[in-house]
Design a protein around this ligand. Structure first.
Ligand code: UD1
Ligand code: CA
Length: 453
């Protein structure tokens, strides 16, 4: 592939979002819009990557720090042409193609970008525009073609006459230009239009006047090029990503009972014959193995769930769940937890930063924090690890095969050996050696009952 530089325009204020967050940091599918664009262009392996920032530029730079991006500032937002001009200094010495993308169009696919760039190269165009034909082109710039098929110019909605408004082929806001010729053309753009802005789209008419070849690569539908300018469009973009993610897992052999009520992030993988019940939300880079049953109403984030697991009405985040584990209903699995094979976490149980060994059961109403549980342990209802002394967190260890009775308090730091039996209602403050029985509660006393009245 030819050398390519990429510029992402992301300085616009996004007035219609009515937000304190810069538009390109609004998330779709749990990832900031700009992050989605950056992920899509990764396949192109750009020699240079420039992002034009303006509004709240500090926030944008901070979010994407350390990513090999050259940020250029557009102090005043005078239009998309003016925005691209800000990258001139960085890219003037670059000889090759410059791909221009918008930070507020997060749905573009990697393969489309690849096809578009190779179209541009094969046609020998000075500039190429990615276009689409829409039933409702309202709001987009329209593509005007010569009878030869070459693009003559792009007219913005606000500047369009009625016949132009009827044109259904629109500008996606994605372009490919030859550099360094591009920079000269940008200098010729004027702001004599409805918005008094320097439109990047005017570069096309300028190239035409110079008899330079300009083409358009038309893709199907609006889905990939949907520009997000408002919360309504943000919700539309979210819906597109969601549909894509659900269709991908269904194609791979996953049953989704009610797609309209299921949210799976595009980064999530699910193994075949897993079944997802309604109300399930899986966010971040999560994975679910084969043959698992998830939901109804499971919330899973940044977690790895094994095969043949069951997760019902429960919260799991930043954790790992091995094969055959059953969770819920109403369990809360908090960050740093590892549940090993065939463990069972039942209702109203919270597990935090703990390891639960193979086959161990914590079936009802328990809190396990900063704990290592061995294999085949039974933790009774209402058992609590008292891991916090008000200042520091402390660890609890419980050995293989032990039995922790109901309503036991384990005051950490504390070590319980293997095959220990802890009597119900005990408050354990000292280590318990392997193979012993520990009782730590006052003895029951029975007295005659006083007569009333
Ligand atoms: C733009 C195109 C339009 C196209 C549409 C596709 C122009 C003049 N029009 O319209 O033909 O159909 O995108 O979605 O380009 N930006 C800056 N600095 C500025 C102005 C804009 O960085 O001073 C950035 C924005 O952050 C955005 C992009 O440029 O990422 C496009 O600007 P926007 O104002 O959203 O243009 P549209 O009206 O959507
Ligand atoms: Ca836009």
């Amino acid at each position: 592939m030819k050398k390519i530089a990429v510029v992402i325009l992301a300085a616009g204020e996004g007035t219609r979002m009515k937000s304190d967050t810069p538009k390109v940091l609004h998330k779709v599918g749990g990832v900031p819009m700009l992050g989605r664009v950056l992920a899509a262009l990764e396949v192109l392996k750009p020699a240079k990557l420039c992002v034009v920032v303006g509004h709240h530029s500090e926030k944008v730079k901070k979010e994407f720090a350390g990513k090999n991006i050259v940020f250029v500032e557009q102090a005043r937002q005078l239009g998309s042409g003016h925005a691209l001009m800000q990258a001139a200094k960085t890219l003037k010495a670059f000889k090759g193609d410059v791909l221009v993308l918008c930070g507020d169009a997060p749905l573009i696919k990697a393969e489309t970008l690849r096809e578009f760039v190779s179209f541009h190269g094969a046609q020998g165009n000075e500039a190429s525009v990615l276009s689409s034909e829409l039933d409702n082109p309202f709001g987009y710039g329209r593509i005007l073609r010569h009878s030869s098929g070459q693009v003559a110019k792009i007219v913005e909605e606000k500047d369009a006459s009625l016949p132009v408004k009827r044109i259904r082929e629109i500008n996606s806001g994605i372009y490919c230009f030859k550099s360094p010729a591009l920079w000269k053309v940008l200098g010729k753009i004027k702001n004599n239009n409805a918005k008094k802005e320097y439109y990047l789209t005017d570069s096309i008419a300028i190239l035409n006047a110079l008899s330079r070849p300009v083409g358009a690569y038309k893709i199907r539908g609006v889905e990939e090029i949907l520009g997000v300018n408002s919360r309504v469009e943000l919700a539309k973009a979210e819906a597109v990503l969601r549909k894509r993610a659900l269709e991908k897992i269904m194609a791979e052999g996953v049953t989704v009972l009610d797609p309209a009520n299921t949210y799976i992030s595009p980064e999530t993988t699910v193994g075949r014959d897993s079944v997802i019940y309604p109300g399930t939300i899986v966010e971040g880079a999560s994975s679910i193995g084969a043959g698992s049953v998830i939901g109804p109403n499971a919330f899973i984030k940044n977690s790895k769930i094994g095969s043949f697991c069951e997760v019902r009405i429960s919260y799991i985040y930043d954790s790992e769940v091995s094969d055959g584990v059953k969770i819920g209903p109403f369990a809360h699995i908090r960050p740093g937890t590892l549940l090993k094979e065939n463990a069972r976490i039942g209702n109203f149980t919270e597990i935090k930063k703990s390891v639960v060994g193979r086959g161990t059961k914590v079936s009802h109403l328990a809190y396990i924090g900063d704990t290592e549980l061995g294999v085949d342990i039974n933790v009774g209802a209402g058992a609590i690890t008292c891991n916090y002394d008000g200042v520091n967190k402390h660890k609890t260890y419980i050995g293989d095969g032990s039995f922790v009775g109901s309503n036991v308090n384990l005051v950490a730091p504390v070590k319980i050996g293997k095959n220990v039996l802890i009597a119900a209602g005990s408050t354990i403050t000292e280590d318990v050696p392997a193979g012993t029985l520990a009782i730590a509660r006052t003895r029951q006393i029975i007295k005659p009952r006083k007569k009333r009245g």
